[in-house]
Design a protein around this ligand. Structure first.
Ligand SMILES: *Cc1c(COP(=O)(O)O)cnc(C)c1O
Length: 361
């Protein structure tokens, strides 16, 4: 016991571990995964490609081929490079490692609207940065007077804006984000986290040259490659040069490198799957909204946020039927009685809809 107390930080000891429950045999609609796999022919070809990867060699730490493919396929502006992470989770963390000044009386601040992706606050704590969360408005738009006042007061080094936001699913107003970029100016960076870009079809990537404090972050996870773990972000050369210093040189492994290059060569397949899911999202939203007592919030992502009268009970009943979604009701006051559910294949969406109807009553 004393070994633990002697060596582990009190705030870490007080945490409970990030819990991912067993999901074997469940209809799994809780993690924003793409339900489709690559088609059989492509999987066979990928297998051949991976067989030729030199597992005995370290990766080339500058990842030239993978980065070139990302720049070309993902609309990175001319003259801009990307930095790679082991998932965008790692990039979120590395940004804070780079920005956490060691000044105990005035720790550098991370700011984000709430509710949002929980990793921003978690990695802020791990890195020793302070975290300031500003409530969204009840319609989940940014509370601009509160955001601007907090920026003046706290001078955040990093602001995270998930675009679209998780778990609310909406896009913040583009003009609001531009105003935040302007208000922060030279005192901080604004990270626009576009994890759900394939479903939102709008992006700040092309606007990078307009703002020297803008960082655009993406991942291939929600596009259909959650298992390979690759995130990337683009920003000015001056910023990336600094962030690169805290990146472990071989953070992206050779299999990920090869698999993502292969996927990008066949990007039309993943784009097609995303288009199917966008279509399904509209159908599923309409079907759910037609149920009595169910509120469906507008979504630009691959999940829907729902409000019901008794979310806790509905969630438990679904679980008993082996349907796994996320109960986000306790995350924030604005989310009371809210549930988050993935959009999936037509078959799985129907399965969910049927189970959900039974559990409502
Ligand atoms: C899922 C998600 C991520 C994490 O993506 P990985 O690349 O899988 O680590 C980042 N940001 C937001 C907003 C997400 O929802």
């Amino acid at each position: 016991m004393s070994l633990i107390e002697n060596i582990i930080r009190p705030d870490v000891r007080a945490l409970s571990a990030y819990h991912v429950g067993a999901s074997d045999g469940f209809l799994k609609l809780d993690a924003m995964e793409n339900p489709y796999m690559l088609p059989e022919e492509l999987r066979v070809e990928l297998g051949r490609r991976l067989a030729d990867v030199a597992l005995n060699r370290y990766p080339i730490p500058s990842y030239p081929a993978l980065k070139a493919a990302i720049r070309e396929k993902m609309g990175v502006p001319k003259g801009y490079d990307v930095m790679l992470g082991n998932g965008s989770d790692e990039l979120i963390s590395l940004l804070m490692v780079a920005c956490a000044r060691r000044d105990l009386n005035a720790p550098a601040i991370v700011m984000a609207p709430l509710p949002t992706f929980v990793m921003y606050a978690m990695f802020a704590q791990f890195s020793g940065m302070g975290f300031v969360g500003i409530s969204l408005k009840p319609d989940f738009s940014l509370d601009m007077p509160a955001m601007l006042a907090a920026i003046r007061q706290h001078k955040p080094a990093i602001i995270y804006l998930a675009y679209p936001n998780n778990p609310t699913g909406n896009l913040f107003a583009e003009g609001d984000i531009v105003d935040i970029l302007g208000a922060v100016g030279e005192s901080g960076i604004v990270v626009v986290d576009e994890a759900y870009q394939p479903f939102a079809q709008t992006s700040f990537m092309s606007r990078l040259p307009e703002f020297e404090n803008l960082v655009v972050m993406r991942t291939v996870s929600k596009l259909g490659l959650a298992g390979v773990r690759l995130g990337y972000m683009s920003a000015s050369k001056a910023l990336l040069e600094q962030f690169e210093k805290v990146r472990p040189p071989y953070n992206v492994n050779v299999l990920t490198d090869a698999a993502v290059q292969f996927a990008l060569e066949n990007l039309q397949v993943l784009d097609y799957q995303a288009a199917l899911l966008r279509g399904e999202r509209e159908k599923q939203a309409a079907a759910l909204a037609a149920l009595p007592g169910v509120e469906v919030f507008p979504s630009n992502a691959n999940f829907l946020l729902l409000r019901v009268a008794n979310a806790e009970q509905v969630f438990e009943k679904l679980l008993a039927r082996k349907v796994l979604i996320r109960n986000v009701g306790k995350m924030h006051a604005l989310l009371s009685n809210c549930l988050r559910v993935n959009v999936s294949t037509p078959e799985e969406n129907k399965q969910f809809l049927d189970a959900f109807k039974m559990c409502l009553s």
